[in-house]
Design a protein. Structure first.
Length: 358
């Protein structure tokens, strides 16, 4: 309705109510719809969300128009936002009865630029978990956000499209989706690498390898503690496997001293088993001793800890006794740690803390 040649003023509450009503109708048809919800005044709260918004606002092409989307995204007008490799699809509620369709297409990060970033990251990250928390050395922060050469896209790498009649390159609906991407990165920073078609496991695993190599060079012995606690958490966060594919095998736990003959193993006394070795079982058919069966699931790992209530158990020991992949074992240990069934004595060393029910 027009009043004196101008559209009727619609209050914020009316806009929000209209968006919520439309969202409820869309959810009935598409339960997988993902609206952007902003809590509080800040459009982004984490380093990744803030860095995304700051990157867009510093370009003159966007600085004067992107602000038009702030009120839209704050008032829950972005009814759906789907992040795909190299593309973001959005539905934004405007003045019409049906939401406008927005498409943001982003070019993949150039391979030579990505390789440069990976090379400069080596040896500079104290903890790989800091990557997602946005806590890393200032040098890396500047590297990631470097204008036109960092991880974040420039306007020439972004294509914008909206179904609304506004002929501007960046309408209110497109601007709202761009801010919505920043809010979504707050929830899942890994989506940034999906959007730029960059393999985050390349960056992370190379950093892990460098850290592992450095630690092993200094210790000259196998360390089950290396990235033992960091890998499961990062795997959960990204849904990737950091099991060092293609890496060389670790050296023996205790390297032999040159020029010294190895000591003969001490034969254990009858009826006693040596600590650290699996207990032998008597085969009913042959009467011969056989090694303990391998652990095949999470329940088996729990049983191992329950039997050792007074002893510590290392991650390496569990992996050795298991028939599962090392990464799966680490993930199970991480789960038991979160549930409070085991506690970390030191890096890579655990003990059972929950007594068996009576």
């Amino acid at each position: 309705m027009m009043h004196y040649g101008y559209p009727k003023y619609i209050t914020v509450a009316e806009k929000r109510a209209k968006a919520e009503k439309k969202l409820a109708a869309l959810k009935k048809k598409n339960p997988g719809i993902q609206p952007v919800v902003i809590e509080g005044q800040a459009l982004a709260k984490t380093w990744w969300g803030k860095a995304w918004n700051k990157n867009l606002e510093r370009y003159a092409d966007y600085a004067n128009r992107i602000g038009r989307g702030r009120s839209y995204v704050r008032h829950s007008a972005v009814l759906d936002l789907q992040v795909q490799p190299g593309k973001v699809l959005g539905l934004v509620m405007g003045s019409t009865a049906s939401p406008y369709r927005v498409t943001v297409t982003i070019k993949p990060i150039p391979q030579n630029q990505w390789q440069q970033i990976k090379d400069q990251c080596k040896g500079k990250m104290e903890s790989i978990k800091q990557l997602m928390a946005g806590k890393f050395p200032k040098a890396l922060e500047e590297l990631f956000t470097r204008k036109d050469k960092g991880l974040f896209p420039s306007p020439k790498e972004i294509e914008l499209d909206c179904s609304c009649p506004d002929r501007a390159v960046m309408c209110k609906h497109v601007a709202a989706v761009l801010y919505g991407i920043g809010a979504r990165l707050d929830q899942d920073p890994g989506l940034f690498f999906v959007l730029r078609k960059a393999k985050v496991n390349d960056l992370v695993s190379e950093t892990v390898k460098e850290t592992k190599k450095d630690l092993l060079n200094r210790s000259k012995k196998k360390s089950s503690r290396v990235i033992d606690e960091e890998s499961p958490n990062l795997s959960d966060m990204f849904g990737i496997d950091l099991d060092m594919d293609g890496s060389e095998p670790l050296p023996p736990a205790v390297p032999k001293s040159p020029g010294k003959a190895s000591r003969k193993p001490v034969k254990p006394k009858a009826g006693k088993s040596r600590p650290g070795r699996p207990k032998a079982h008597i085969s009913a058919g042959t009467g011969r001793k056989t090694a303990s069966p391998k652990i095949k699931n999470a329940a088996g790992i729990e049983t191992l800890f329950k039997r050792r209530t007074k002893r510590h158990t290392t991650a390496a020991e569990v992996i050795e006794k298991s028939d599962m992949a090392p990464q799966k074992v680490r993930n199970i240990l991480s789960g038991l740690l979160r549930k409070g069934k085991i506690e970390r004595v030191s890096r890579g060393v655990y003990k059972w803390v929950r007594p068996e029910p009576l």
